[in-house]
Design a protein around this ligand. Structure first.
Ligand SMILES: NC(=O)c1ccc[n+]([C@@H]2O[C@H](COP(=O)([O-])OP(=O)(O)OC[C@H]3O[C@@H](n4cnc5c(N)ncnc54)[C@H](O)[C@@H]3O)[C@@H](O)[C@H]2O)c1
Length: 269
């Protein structure tokens, strides 16, 4: 098998649609087998739907069409025990684990005085604790494989104070500390950790809600901070997948503890 991640096994959370599906497909096209997990259930806090089991099945069909194997599990990354079982089961079936894309996330756009305790908790639990659960569930398998690459999905909101995203921005900033700390701790095991940092991407998280547009209409003074230097409003999921494939592959074998921005210049603003 040829490919940039040939015969490796990749775990992807939030893989039923959007960026996670795109990462699964690109990694499979480059020769990896896939363990795909997704919650496939809506949140009370979010005004847009999460993925469905049919979405996860479609990801599986698309990966299989590349000729690679895939194991799917309907799991919430907030449940460390269930996630660990799913990872162990996937590794049991596919034989090893080399790559992790900690990608699952939820984003609720609200001004600070609209944020409820539930929004705060669900967002931190999924976008920060869920990544911790993913890393800790995966690392024993990466150690067993002799090393590996973990790519955590942050956001431009993880590096600047995007308005109306307080819990989300806090969680995504938290990933920076988590990734850099674990990159130090796990370096002796030849495990690398990096962040991929997208600006807005055309996925249901953005396309199936109008909350940001509504808030910006009321607060036009906040529009500028959302604008990308390159002028584009929404990236394609595959733009982020190209960065994930690079960070997952041995092409980046000496890159660790870094953030790879795919942000159309959002952060130079
Ligand atoms: N879309 C954007 O503009 C954008 C920008 C920067 C960063 N991000 C980040 O990219 C990642 C992927 O998001 P996306 O754009 O593909 O959005 P998306 O909503 O299409 O995909 C997110 C996926 O995660 C799943 N998910 C949500 N909570 C989960 C949980 N607790 N356990 C397991 N699965 C869960 C959803 O069902 C969905 O399939 C997220 O971490 C998001 O925060 C998105």
């Amino acid at each position: 098998m040829t490919g940039r991640v040939a015969d490796k096994v990749a775990l992807i959370t939030g893989a039923a649609r959007g960026q996670g599906r795109s990462h699964a497909l690109r990694l499979a096209e480059e020769g990896a087998d896939i363990i795909a997990v997704d919650r496939c259930r809506d949140y009370d806090i979010a005004d847009y739907p999460m993925a469905t089991e049919a979405d996860l099945a479609e990801t599986a069909a698309l990966v299989k069409a590349t000729g690679r194997r895939i194991v799917t599990a309907r799991v919430d990354v907030r449940d460390a025990a269930e996630l660990k079982t799913a990872i162990d089961n996937g590794v049991g079936q596919l034989g090893r684990l080399d790559i992790v894309s900690a990608n699952a996330g939820v984003c609720v756009i609200q001004s600070w005085d609209e944020v409820t305790t539930q929004t705060w908790q669900d967002t931190i639990d999924t976008n920060l604790t869920g990544v911790w659960n993913t890393i800790t569930g995966a690392v024993p398998h990466l150690i067993a494989a002799g090393g590996g690459s973990i790519v955590c999905t942050s956001s431009n909101a993880g590096f600047k104070g995007l308005p109306f995203l307080a819990p989300y921005s806090a969680a995504k900033h938290g990933l920076v500390g988590l990734t850099k700390t674990m990159a130090n701790e796990l370096a002796p095991h030849k495990i690398r950790l990096n962040l991929v940092v997208p600006t807005a991407v055309a996925t249901p998280m953005v396309t199936q809600t109008t909350r940001l547009a509504d808030l910006l209409e009321k607060h036009p003074d906040q529009i500028a901070v959302f604008q990308n230097a390159l002028g584009v409003e929404l990236l394609d999921p595959v733009d982020i997948s190209h960065a994930v494939v690079y960070l997952a592959s041995d092409e980046s074998r000496y890159v660790t503890g870094m953030e790879l921005t795919v942000d159309a210049g959002s952060l130079i603003r």
